[in-house]
Design a protein around this ligand. Structure first.
Ligand code: SDX
Length: 373
């Protein structure tokens, strides 16, 4: 056994093996580049690719869509709970509760077999967006909108939120966003899911734990934090003063930097053109110019390129989505990657249990309580 190494935050440590995706030399899911997938695939095709390891045939995709339609509802008791949870509760907390609650009604909850976990992955793939959309409407005093069997998963997310048939343009933008957010090797939330499933716990526990990890602003929560930055800056003519002041105060600029990508996140580069097009179509050129100014100065002053969350926040804003939905949309997408990691872990499992360097005191003398100061 080699001498154990210690690296803060496990930076640079190879903590396992995976055939699901690689970020070396550009991001690939099961060997397909995100550029090709973003260009040609729908999110349902990418979900199938991540879960089953290959792109679906036409027949397999039709069968997947049929299975999703058949699971596209949540129990009335859960809808009632979503209506009762106090107003103002963060939607990421709703997603965590919703995922955990869905386990109580899933017939496969106690079955940890490969096939049962694939079934649960597909249930969560369609039920988590229903939880998100139902809560969003209930909190606004509106009735939830049922899943539309005629629409794709990406189009249904917009349909269930707005009760308006989404344009092809908006559906494509949603598909691209969900494809880019779907999977990313051993990121903190995927690793969380693997740790939980390595103890032979269950799919819903692993995904619930992953949602908790994704919520943090250093991880998935960054896309909502980016929107708060853009709202704080307000207009493009204030961008330079704002960012120079923020850097002078040594503030962490949300949407920039990455633990692995040190010369740029290919997903951010891929979204740039779509962001600009949607900004032009929705009259948001000022926000694009604000973002450009901030990006240029952060790159120049801190040598930090943007990550996926930097353009994603703007894209969701241009699509008319509330900020509180941004990280939940990351959940709705990443549940595909998380589920694939859970299944891969269980297919060749070894309990994940690293060591720690002890830094505390040793061999202290016992002191009776009446003599302690
Ligand atoms: C995601 O892992 C994944 O793959 C995640 C993800 C996925 O798809 O799953 O890609 C999704 O989480 C993207 C990242 C979203 N988070 C943010 O945008 C939050 C802002 N970014 C940072 O907090 C930071 O860049 C991290 C957390 C993303 C990465 O941080 P590291 O690798 O731990 O780097 P670090 O914090 O040690 O920083 C190194 C230096 C520090 O300077 P010094 O203290 O050494 O002088 O760079 C600075 C940091 O201060 N730095 C930043 C910064 N990010 C790093 N300074 C200002 N703003 C930033 N955003």
């Amino acid at each position: 056994m080699a001498e154990p190494i210690y690296s803060p935050g496990l930076e640079g440590v190879i903590a396992g093996e995976t055939a699901i995706s690689t970020i070396a030399g550009g991001l690939q899911y099961r060997g397909y580049s995100i550029e090709d997938l973003g260009e040609h695939a729908t999110f349902e095709e990418v979900a199938y690719l991540l879960l089953y390891g290959e792109l679906p045939t036409g027949e397999a995709l039709t069968a997947l869509r049929k299975r999703l339609r058949e699971s596209a509802s949540i129990p009335q008791a859960l809808v009632d709970l979503l209506a009762k949870i106090p107003k103002g509760t963060a939607m990421m907390d709703i997603m965590r509760t919703g995922c955990s609650a869905l386990a109580h009604w899933d017939p496969d909850t106690t079955d940890n077999s490969h096939d049962a976990n694939l079934r649960k992955a597909e249930h969560l793939l369609v039920q988590l967006p229903i939880v998100m959309a139902a809560r969003h409407r209930l909190a606004a005093g509106q009735k939830p909108v049922p899943y539309n069997p005629e629409l794709s998963l990406a189009a249904n997310i917009l349909w269930m939120l707005f009760e308006k048939p989404p344009s092809e343009r908006l559906t494509k933008a949603m598909d691209v966003s969900l494809i880019l957010y779907a999977e990313h090797e051993y990121n903190a939330s995927a690793f969380t899911a693997r740790v939980v499933s390595s103890t032979l716990s269950d799919m819903h526990s692993a995904v619930t734990a992953a949602i908790g990890a994704l919520k943090g602003p250093l991880h998935g929560g960054a896309n909502e934090a980016v929107m708060k930055v853009l709202e704080e800056v307000g207009t493009a003519d204030r961008a330079e003063a704002w960012i120079r002041d923020a850097l002078a105060q040594k503030r962490r600029i949300m949407g920039f930097g990455h633990r692995v990508y040190k010369t740029g996140d290919p997903r951010a580069a891929y979204l740039r053109k779509l962001c600009q097009e949607l900004a032009d179509e929705t009259g948001n050129q000022d926000m694009e110019s604000m973002a450009e100014t901030i990006e240029t100065i952060v790159r120049t002053e801190k040598n930090l390129p943007p990550n996926l969350d930097w353009p994603s926040a703007r894209l969701y804003h241009y699509m008319g989505l509330d900020v509180d939905l941004y990280t939940p949309l990351f959940v709705v997408s990443r549940v595909t990657g998380w589920s694939a990691h859970v299944i891969e872990q269980l297919d060749n499992n070894r309990l994940i249990r690293p060591r720690a360097n002890y830094t505390g005191p040793l061999e202290l003398k016992w002191v009776p309580i009446d003599q302690r100061k």
